[in-house]
Each structure stands twice: as structure tokens, then as C-alpha cells.
Design a protein around this ligand. Structure first.
Ligand code: ADP
Ligand code: MG
Length: 706
């Protein structure tokens, strides 16, 4: 690594002691590079020095002049002292006041030259004053028209366009400004640049060192608005760099994968095609057909498939997966279908058995409910290859099963597959093809970061004949109308979900707990059966309740958000979400996806408790206005930001430093394309590849790329 200076730990900067280093670390800033890639949150123009005579009350102003006099004044309020200075420039004089900063008497003295930036106020009989300004003592007050470009001049906090950083623990914005400035000065004249020269040339982007200087200490002639929109060439270049290095890592991983020879390559003959057609229960939608084509093409390649199948809830991903399994089985291989819960595994098993009824394929279910005795027969049979298709829960299939000729692994409903965890999945003997299916539509920009090393198939839209779901938003005060709706639907033989955000009443938060609600509903609907399902129940208990609901024995299911994951109860036509204002958009969309699965009209009621935030109002409005999961996902990303999109910070989503997935989507797209093309065509230099590897190593530890 030629980048030793950038990798210097921050405690080696002057002024960063152990305490500040620890605070910076907490914010993810370990090295000089981390610090330099943490952009200011905004910029302030303190460069245009104003003549004192022209100051107006209420404005933020930068002035420069000589100190005529300075005093520490006692005020009438005990213990409260003002330090005041009279400052004069060529046009006039102004009083400058620092409340409660007695130490300034040893800092600011007559005849010094000061540059100040602060608020101009009208203060009773004293007239105009500048209150509590930032200041710097300078040798001579600079003439702003001569402000140097590119090179930081000696003033940090005033008399220039000033970067404003988010405070981190004990490290104030001013301290950070000093650290950044110090770090910039220690950079060698030329820095290794991971961004290819032709990209820089094409965009007229500055080289790396200059970009870092300009992004933190811009020249005075750079428009502040452009800086605050992060649109200057220096900023864009660094954001691109951030994306490009990360995308290069993903592209290298993908490329590496393409060098792996999988043990079982599938072939598609007319017989295989006929076999697949024979199991088709309905006509595929165009989206499904394309997805099948992409998957089957991957299966015929020499390297293992790593494909993500995205499709909204109910888009029909299951048949796509099963057709892929048929291709594998027709080639004499085995397939595994892994679901996150037992209920889902059983649901898939029933569906698959129905579709594959009368075929020669031997399909078995493998969940915790399979007895030890049954398992003693089943596992050896799988190992001998007598079972062709195993459907089960992730844990069981991954940990306990040895296959004879596993060609295809299907992973369903993975919300939290991160770039990092996913590596382990493919490890199962012979490098099988892996198809990951998700019902959480992922915005394009997030898909590029989370899954940039995978190939992605998207099924848009729903199969024909689906009844649209009516979505209504109601305040808690109109709960009676909600009960009336439930009563009416249950009387017609339908079922209802009522979902709560939490299990137990918290003392602090005014939350109607699901538990209390289930009891109330039992009183409200004495003629119906009501049951409770919550996250603290044991797996077995949960399954019992869920099964009772699925079989129609229960009319109303009161649940915490555990029903989120893919259960299929076509008879359920009402989804009431309590405290809807507390749910994220994607979560609401998932919940709504539980209904509208049968032949009946369905209604989703979003019940909110006032007062609601603007964000909440916007979310619920979005829910009522569209049912397109991809539109909702984009909106969700906008409102919540990428870190929270998957509802967990542990999603494996790498922390991007300078880039913002919403603001900089165009740069991400470019970085993705450039990185993939350069890696595929072998156009990255050895130094660039080394650099990418080192960054990945540092940021993701054990993960290796390329
Ligand atoms: P998801 O993508 O959420 O897993 P499923 O695979 O469970 O969706 O499909 C949802 C429902 O739509 C199932 O009942 C399935 O049989 C049905 N289905 C899927 N594709 C089609 C199609 N092309 N035509 C008609 N019904 C379909
Ligand atoms: Mg599904």
C-alpha cells in the first residue's frame, strides 16, 4: 500500500488525545482517510468580508479589523461575565461580545487583527454588536478578492468558505476542522488515485489530493450553493471514488466466482423443456418467463449462479423456483428449497406437492416437526440421492444435510442477506447454483450496493386476475368503524388480521398492547374466536396458532409483526395495522401483502394514533396511493435512508462514506457500470486491484475479493 499517510490512526494527529480518538472511533473514524472522507454536513460562506459600516441586525456576517480595546465585564447577574472588544475596519467600528468566555482576556488584546464571523444584533442602548462570533487572530486581514484557490490558506474558521462538520462526542466542528486541515497538510504531493485517469479526464474531475483539499476547504470563488448540494467536481469525484472502489470489490468477487467450476452443470434438451411444461399449473406472466430464462441460462454455465429474484409479494416467485428445480432434477441432480420458518416450508411443500403430483420426482419436507425416527431414514436417503427435492428451514437444510448431487439451492424470503453473510451459503458441496428470492422490493441503488456481485432478475407486476386491495387510513378515534368492518367480513366467512408494533405495554409509551387488545376483542366479538400471536411465543406455539388460522378455525388473529413473512391464508380479507404511524413503509407493504390472496375483495386499514409526524403522514399517504412495491421501496429509501431500509443495521450494508444513495444515485450507477466493465475486461491495473482488496480487507475484515 502506498497510502501510509492516509492509514495513519487519528490519535497521531496533533490535538487528538485518547479521549477524542475514542469518540472519533465511535463514529467510525479510525484513520486519516476516514476523517478526510467524512464530508462536512454543510458549508458556510465566511469569505466575503463586509465593511463594518454596512452591517445590518439579524444577518450572519464576516468582518475583519483591528482590536481597539478589550475588556472583561461583570454583569449584574452573579457569575456571568462578558468579554467585549471594539473592532475597527476602514469603514467604522463595532462592538463584539462573547458571553461567559473569560479566558478570552488572555487571548484577544488591543492592536491585534481579527477576522470574525457571527450574528449581528441590535442590543438596546449599546447599538449594533456581533454576538459570540467565531474568530481568528491574523497577521493581516486578508483581502477576499485575493483569496487563494486550491491551497488552504492559514485561516480555518473565518474569512473563507468554512466546512461545518457534525459534532462527534467531544469533538466539536471547530476541532474537526483543525484536524482535517492538519491531515490535509500532511498528505504527500501525489496520492495514489484509485479512480482511473480516463474517468477523471472525461468528467473534468480533479486528482485525489486536490479533490480532498477542495471538498474541505473550498476556494472562495466556489458557489456555496453548489457545495451544499454536493455538486462540485471535487465532491462528485470523491463520491464517485467511494462508490467505484466498493463496486470494484463487488465486481471482482463476481468475476472470481465466474472462474469457479461448479460440479453440476445443467443441460436443457427438448425432454427437459417438455418436463417443465408438464408441471406448469398456469400460464406464466412475461416477467416470470424472463426470470426463468435468465435462471436456466445461469444453470447451463460452468460457474455457479448467484442470482437474486426480486418480485413483489404475490408476484409468483415460487413457480419460477420450482421450474428451476425441475431443470436440475431432469438433469439427474438434487435441489434444496429453504424457507425462514417451518410454516413457510410447509406451505411451499404443499404447493410443490400439488404441482409435482404424478411426476417421478421424490420431494420431502425437512423441518423441526419431522421426527427423529423419520429423519433417520430421510437423511441417508438424501445422501444417497434417492430424494430429489428437499424443502425445509434454512437451519436444517444448511446444517444437517449432506447431499448426493446438489445442483440448486433456493433461498426464500431473505430480507437480511448481506454481501458479507451470503458468502457462506454457496459453500455447500460442489458449488451449487444459488437463487435468492426476496419479496422486499429493493430500490435499484440499494440493490447495487447490497447485491452488486449478484445478478438480479425482477418480476414486476402481479399475475392476472388479482383483486386490488382497498387501503384506508383511520384515526384511532374511529375504531368502531374498524370493528364493524371486521364483523361484517367474518360474518361472511372471511378472516382478519390485526397487527401491533409491540408485544407488551411499555410504561413510557402509550401503546395499546397486543395482549390487552386480544382480550378486548374477545369481549367485542364474543361470537368469534380470537387468538394472539407474538414474538415471545415459542416456535411450536406460534406454529399452532398460525395453523389454526390457516385452517380457518380462528376468525381474528391479533399479532405482532411476526406475520410479516410470507404466510398464505387466501381466506383472510382484512388487515388492520394498529399504530400504523410506527411502521416503516416496506413493513406496511409486507403486511398488506398478507391479504388479497384469494378470490375476495380485501381491505387494509391503517389505524394511526394522533399526533403523527410528517414522515408518518407521508408514509400512510403513500400506502393509500399505490400498491406497487417498487414505488413504495423507493419512497421508503427516501424517507428512511439506506441504513434503516432493511429494518436493521446488521443487514451487511457497507457503510458508504461520502456517497448518499438518494442524492448520488447517478454516480452510483456510473460507478457500477465502470467497475463491472473494467473488471470483466481486465482493465483495472494491478495497483488498482491491490487498492480495492486492501480497502475491502480493512472495512470488512475476513472478506476477500478477487
Ligand atoms: P410470491 O412471489 O409472493 O412468492 P407466490 O409464488 O406465492 O408469490 O404466488 C402467489 C399466488 O399467485 C400463488 O397462489 C400462485 O399459485 C399464483 N400465481 C403465480 N403465478 C401465476 C400465474 N402466472 N398465473 C396465475 N396465478 C399465478
Ligand atoms: Mg413466496
Amino acid at each position: 500500500m502506498p497510502e501510509d499517510v492516509l492509514q495513519t490512526p487519528l490519535q497521531y494527529l496533533k490535538g487528538v488525545g485518547p479521549r477524542k480518538a475514542a469518540d472519533l472511533k465511535k463514529a467510525g473514524l479510525h484513520t486519516v482517510e476516514d476523517l478526510l472522507f467524512r464530508f462536512p454536513m454543510r458549508y458556510e460562506d465566511r469569505s466575503r468580508m463586509q465593511p463594518i459600516i454596512g452591517l445590518r441586525p439579524g444577518q450572519m456576517a464576516a468582518v475583519g479589523g483591528e482590536v481597539l480595546s478589550a475588556h472583561l465585564q461583570q454583569t449584574r447577574r452573579a457569575g456571568f461575565r462578558l468579554f467585549t472588544a471594539l473592532v475597527q475596519d476602514a469603514s467604522g467600528q463595532v462592538q463584539v461580545v462573547w458571553p461567559n468566555q473569560a479566558f478570552l482576556k488572555d487571548v484577544i488584546r488591543p492592536h491585534q487583527h481579527l477576522v470574525l464571523f457571527g450574528k449581528v444584533e441590535l442590543w438596546g442602548s449599546r447599538g449594533l454588536q456581533i454576538t459570540d462570533p467565531e474568530f481568528e487572530i491574523v497577521d493581516t486581514v486578508p483581502d477576499p478578492s485575493e483569496a487563494p484557490t486550491g491551497q488552504p490558506h492559514e485561516q480555518l474558521h473565518t474569512g473563507r468558505i468554512v466546512p461545518v462538520y457534525e459534532r462527534t462526542g467531544s469533538v466539536t466542528t471547530n476541532m474537526q476542522r483543525r484536524f482535517v486541515w492538519q491531515a490535509l497538510h500532511q498528505l504527500p504531493e501525489t496520492l495514489f488515485d484509485p479512480v482511473p485517469q480516463d474517468v477523471l479526464t472525461a468528467h473534468h474531475w480533479p486528482p485525489r489530493r486536490a479533490a480532498l483539499l477542495q471538498a474541505h476547504f473550498p476556494a472562495s470563488d466556489v458557489p456555496v450553493d453548489a457545495l451544499n448540494r454536493f455538486e462540485t467536481p471535487a465532491q462528485r469525484r470523491l463520491i464517485f471514488e467511494d462508490f467505484f472502489v466498493f463496486q470494484s470489490g463487488l465486481a471482482l468477487r463476481r468475476h472470481e466466482n465466474a472462474q469457479v467450476n461448479k460440479a453440476r452443470v445443467c443441460h436443457v434438451t427438448d425432454d427437459v423443456r417438455a418436463a417443465a411444461r408438464a408441471v406448469l399449473p398456469f400460464k406464466l406472466t412475461p416477467g416470470q418467463r424472463d426470470a426463468v430464462a435468465e435462471i436456466v441460462a445461469d444453470m447451463q454455465r460452468t460457474w455457479p449462479m448467484q442470482r437474486l429474484l426480486q418480485g413483489d409479494v404475490g408476484a409468483g416467485k415460487t413457480i419460477v423456483a420450482v421450474l428451476a428445480a425441475v431443470v436440475a432434477m431432469e438433469n439427474g441432480y438434487q435441489a434444496a428449497f429453504m424457507a425462514p420458518t417451518e410454516i413457510l416450508a410447509e406451505q411451499h411443500y404443499r404447493t410443490v406437492m400439488k404441482w409435482l403430483d404424478g411426476t417421478k420426482y421424490r420431494v420431502r419436507l425437512l423441518t423441526g416437526r419431522v421426527t427423529a425416527a423419520q429423519r433417520r431414514d430421510l437423511l441417508p436417503a438424501i445422501e444417497r440421492g434417492e430424494i430429489h427435492f428437499v424443502i425445509g428451514t434454512h437451519a436444517l437444510v444448511q446444517e444437517h444435510v449432506t447431499f448426493n448431487a446438489l445442483a440448486l439451492v433456493i433461498i426464500d424470503e431473505q430480507h437480511r442477506f448481506g454481501v458479507i453473510q451470503r458468502g457462506t451459503l454457496a459453500a455447500k458441496g460442489g458449488n451449487p447454483d444459488v437463487l435468492v428470492m426476496t419479496a422486499t422490493p429493493i430500490p435499484r441503488t440499494l440493490a447495487l450496493t447490497e447485491c452488486g456481485d449478484m445478478d438480479v432478475s425482477v418480476i414486476r407486476g402481479l399475475p392476472p386476475g388479482r383483486k386490488p386491495i382497498r387501503t384506508i387510513v383511520k384515526p384511532d378515534s374511529r375504531r368502531d368503524e374498524v370493528y364493524a368492518l371486521i364483523r361484517q367480513e367474518v360474518a361472511r366467512g372471511r378472516q382478519a388480521y390485526i397487527v401491533y408494533p409491540l408485544v407488551e405495554e411499555s410504561e413510557k409509551v402509550d401503546l395499546r398492547a397486543a395482549t390487552a387488545m386480544a382480550e378486548e376483542l374477545t369481549r367485542v366479538f364474543p361470537e368469534f374466536t380470537v387468538a394472539l400471536l407474538h414474538g415471545r411465543m415459542k416456535g411450536g406455539e406460534k406454529d399452532t396458532v398460525m395453523r389454526a388460522f390457516a385452517s380457518g378455525q380462528l376468525h381474528v388473529l391479533v399479532a405482532t409483526s411476526v406475520v410479516e413473512v410470507g404466510v398464505d391464508v387466501p381466506n383472510a380479507t382484512v388487515m388492520v395495522v394498529e399504530h400504523a404511524e410506527r411502521f416503516g413503509l416496506s413493513q406496511l407493504h409486507q403486511l398488506r401483502g398478507r391479504i388479497g390472496r384469494g378470490d375476495y375483495e380485501s381491505t387494509c386499514v391503517l389505524v394511526y394514533q394522533a399526533p403523527w409526524s410528517d414522515d408518518a403522514r407521508e408514509r400512510l399517504k403513500a400506502m393509500a396511493s399505490t400498491s406497487d412495491g417498487f414505488v413504495i421501496a423507493e419512497k421508503d429509501l427516501q424517507i428512511r435512508g439506506p441504513g434503516d431500509f432493511f429494518g436493521t443495521r446488521q443487514s451487511g450494508l457497507p457503510q458508504l462514506r461520502a456517497g448518499d444513495l438518494t442524492r448520488d444515485a447517478d454516480l452510483l450507477e456510473q460507478a457500477f457500470n465502470e467497475a463491472r466493465a473494467r473488471v470483466e475486461e481486465g482493465r483495472l491495473t494491478a495497483a488498482q486491484i491491490d487498492y480495492v482488496r486492501a480497502v475491502w480487507q480493512r472495512q470488512f475484515g475476513l472478506i476477500t475479493v478477487g
